[in-house]
Ligand binder design. Structure first.
Ligand code: ADP
Ligand code: MG
Length: 447
């Protein structure tokens, strides 16, 4: 490719000569990115395919320009652009020199390298650019390990990470043009918000899915894309049908306990394949494992894991039937909200809790050495038996972990249960999601 052709392609991604579509702003991520950018480090953005990484990079470019940067001093290169016919570090160098020559930046540029894992050996180039202060660099990729494999050793202590997930419930409301009129009184908007929550659970929150009418079709296309582009093309997978089966298994069995052995048995494949494939699927951000809480790290590591999907819409489209599994999908939504929180607070760890009598608590949130929260998701509080079971489990865990408050997230039950010194707050999911993001105040006092 000659430099002219390269610049023509880059023109389509950059603000040099024209405006670009930046979509709906995602201020939380932009704020975070802006503060990372003020450090002298390479920034890596990772997250599932289609979560909105490229759009956020473009929004960041726009924000820099709004803050006074000359558009010429920002270059966004998306290596997924099929018009790029070369690759490798030499190509990267060629792109950079075309940029210097044709666009002529006037100060140290900010370079956004999108889906950089397509370029073999990019790490050394990034390090060189960083060390020689030739540019500020933000890179992105849809695979956790591929991106960090060498970068970790080459840039030890010199890079900062940001993980981008599909929309939070707050972002989802703004994508649906809903602005909350008051932080404290949502009486008039409650019905609308609850209606949207149902959609959020059913179709999930990949940005394009949220904005389109063809929700299920898009979700199924994403599913296929991840399998072909992120998994089959990158890893040595001898039996694609096994890979597919195992993804479907995880997406249909979110929140259920699973050991490699039990999957080996129910899907009839070798335990080595189950382990390897599971690793690949996690790297592509399709599912996340959750381990059992224990004070002993060893026990924690060998405990059976639960799997949660990156998006409830994806598990609903690929996995199971909505109406029968609302509770499970809601639990998945809570898990992902906690995951989003973890991005901002790397000290935070999430577990489930279970004792020898099979009493369970869905989520234990730990910060540093302290257990901060116990959360039970219960969609069926009207059933007294269920309610009592959930409460008993919580109280047992509260005693064992020495914490005197806990939360039950419900469909719409609200209130407080008190037992001796223990308090359990009941809160509807929509409220919990918004309070968790600090969008509305926390009810009642103390929680
Ligand atoms: N902030 C946004 N506003 C509007 N649409 C968005 C936004 N982010 C993503 N999208 C939609 O989702 C699609 C995938 O987003 P993209 O940024 O390309 O994801 P990624 O780079 O993570 O694969 C886009 O093509 C666009 O349709
Ligand atoms: Mg992209």
């Amino acid at each position: 490719m000659d430099k002219n052709e390269i610049i023509q392609i880059l023109n389509d991604w950059n603000f040099w000569n024209k405006e670009q579509k930046i979509g709906v702003l995602r201020p939380d991520y932009l704020g975070r990115l802006e503060s990372l950018l003020s450090s002298n480090q390479v920034i890596t953005i990772t997250g599932p395919r289609r979560a909105g990484k490229s759009f956020i990079m473009r929004q960041m470019a726009k924000r820099l320009i709004n803050n006074g940067h000359n558009p010429k001093n920002i270059m966004h290169v998306n290596f997924e652009d099929p018009r790029f016919t070369e690759s490798g570090v030499l190509f990267l160098e060629k792109i950079f020199s075309a940029y210097l020559e044709y666009i002529a930046p006037t100060a140290m540029p900010v370079i956004l390298l999108d889906e950089i894992q397509e370029i073999e050996g990019f790490e050394k180039w990034v390090r060189m650019m960083h060390e020689l202060s030739k540019a500020k660099i933000i890179i992105s990729g849809s695979n956790a390990r591929l991106l960090s494999r060498e970068l970790g050793t080459l840039l030890t202590g010199r890079h900062l990470d940001l993980t981008i997930f599909p929309l939070s419930f707050g972002e989802f409301l703004s994508f649906n043009n809903v602005t909350l009129t008051s932080k404290n009184n949502l009486f008039f908007q409650e019905a609308e918000i609850k209606g949207l929550l149902r959609k959020y659970i059913e179709f999930g929150s990949f940005p394009e899915v949220v904005l389109s009418e063809q929700k299920k079709e898009i979700l199924l296309t994403y599913f296929e894309d991840v399998i072909t582009k992120d998994l089959l093309r990158r890893f040595n997978i001898r039996k694609p049908q096994d890979l597919r089966a195992i993804i479907k298994y995880y997406l249909s069995n979110t929140s259920s306990l699973a050991t490699f052995k039990s999957i080996e048995r129910s899907l009839e494949m070798s335990i080595t394949s189950v382990k390897n494939y599971t690793g690949y699927i996690e790297q592509a951000y399709l599912v996340f494992p959750l381990k059992r809480f224990s004070f002993k790290v060893k026990e924690q590591e060998k405990s059976p894991r639960k799997m949660y999907a990156v998006d409830s819409g994806l598990s609903n489209a690929v996995g199971f039937r909505f109406s029968e599994n609302l509770g499970k999908l809601a639990e998945n939504v809570v898990f992902m909200a906690l995951k989003r929180r973890q991005v901002l607070n790397p000290d935070m760890e999430i577990f489930y809790w279970k004792d020898v009598h099979h009493r369970e608590v869905d989520f234990v949130v730990k910060e540093g050495l302290k257990v901060r929260k116990l959360i039970q998701v219960c969609w069926n509080m009207r059933d007294e038996k269920v309610k009592n079971r959930e409460l008993r489990s919580l109280l047992k865990a509260m005693r064992e972990l020495n914490i005197d408050t806990a939360t039950i997230i419900t469909e719409d039950a609200q209130g407080e249960e008190r037992l001796h010194d223990s308090r359990v707050q009941l809160i509807p999911l929509w409220k919990w999601l918004l309070a968790e993001q600090g969008i509305i105040g926390k009810t009642p006092a103390g929680f």
